[in-house]
Design a protein around this ligand. Structure first.
Ligand SMILES: Cc1cc2nc3c(=O)[nH]c(=O)nc-3n(C[C@H](O)[C@H](O)[C@H](O)COP(=O)(O)O)c2cc1C
Length: 296
């Protein structure tokens, strides 16, 4: 058994990628029941929300599940206590410095896997005590950095060559080909975002799921924001705007409109995020089927 599987305690080394604070206990439980590692996306949640969600997942499955903590959240210490009490053994941490939190994670008898976008950040997280790394290449959906980024084809073996802890690849994985490819690159597992977003159990707006199904190569672009980029599905409006070099897109699209846009499917307000792998997704399927096909 790989070190990663020992940490996760599930059958397959597949982790559900956090999607902001989008949480469906039913989706998480379905992922766990299918043998993968379902995860709460706690983002900027407070302790009460974390407790409620953890209890809801526990009521639906007795399989192990985890949680993603965004390191900028002030409530993380309280949340860690709640997760430990709920029996969560392994969490992931992202967006922020891992320097302080790993001591507490270990004091609680838990393991932590840090999400990193570059070799430098991966090494820093290992030095800070991370027990594993999720390495996310430029293909990935979600927020991206303004710095130059590598594809997983290069980034995964590069990081694997320089760290001792297990590496999980995130970005570009939707089927057994992508899954086997990242294992061949030296990762011990895969983190899946977009493919689970476009699943039967996902609570994403139907227009969001349809936009993923409709997209092909060239439809997934990087939208510049003030301090970050976000990988999005292009809209007709955005396509036109991108042709105007004088237009500062970071002034057109503001993250404050994201919850409303994604919640209502009004993607002119803020485009829906998804990974480049959207081009490979042509059918909404139950997560059990997605996972079974991936590991087949
Ligand atoms: C809409 C969206 C929101 C995301 N939000 C987060 C987040 O809040 N925290 C995080 O660590 N990763 C986030 N991610 C990244 C995913 O957890 C995952 O690593 C990524 O989607 C993997 O690439 P894939 O989409 O090609 O599978 C997000 C991804 C998407 C598509």
């Amino acid at each position: 058994m790989s070190d990663l599987l020992k940490m996760l305690g599930c059958r397959y080394p597949i982790i559900q990628g956090p999607i902001g604070e989008m949480n469906s206990p039913k989706l998480i439980a379905a992922i766990c029941e299918a043998g993968a590692y379902g995860m709460l996306a706690l983002g900027f949640s407070n302790a009460a929300t974390a407790k409620k969600l953890a209890n809801e997942v526990k009521a639906l499955t007795d399989k192990p599940f985890g949680a993603n903590l965004m390191l900028l959240n002030q409530a993380n210490r309280e949340i860690l206590d709640i997760l430990a009490a709920a029996g969560v053994k392994t969490i992931t941490t992202s967006v922020g410095s891992p320097k302080e939190i790993y001591k507490r994670i270990h004091e609680l008898g838990m393991k932590g896997i840090h999400v990193a976008l570059t070799l430098t950040h991966a090494r820093r997280a290992e030095d800070a005590g991370a027990d594993g790394l999720v390495i996310t290449g430029l293909e990935s959906g979600g927020l991206r950095s303004k710095d130059p980024e590598l594809t997983n084809m290069v980034l995964i073996p590069l990081v694997v060559d320089h760290v001792k802890v297990p590496v999980v690849a995130a970005g570009g994985i939707a089927d057994s080909r992508g899954y086997r490819a990242v294992l061949a690159l030296g990762a011990q597992g895969a983190q899946i975002g977009t493919r689970f977003l476009a699943s039967t159990e996902s609570t994403a707006h139907e227009r969001w799921k349809q936009a993923i199904l409709d997209s092909t190569d060239g439809d997934i672009v990087l939208l510049p924001l003030q301090k970050m980029n976000v990988r999005v599905i292009v809209t007709q409006k955005l396509k036109k705007e991108m042709q105007d070099p004088a237009l500062d897109l970071s002034k057109v699209y503001d993250l404050k409109y994201l919850p409303k846009a994604w919640g209502t499917g009004d993607f002119d307000l803020f485009p829906a995020s998804a990974g480049q792998v959207s081009a490979l997704i042509k059918e909404i399927k139950p997560v059990g089927k997605i996972i079974a096909e991936m590991v087949s």
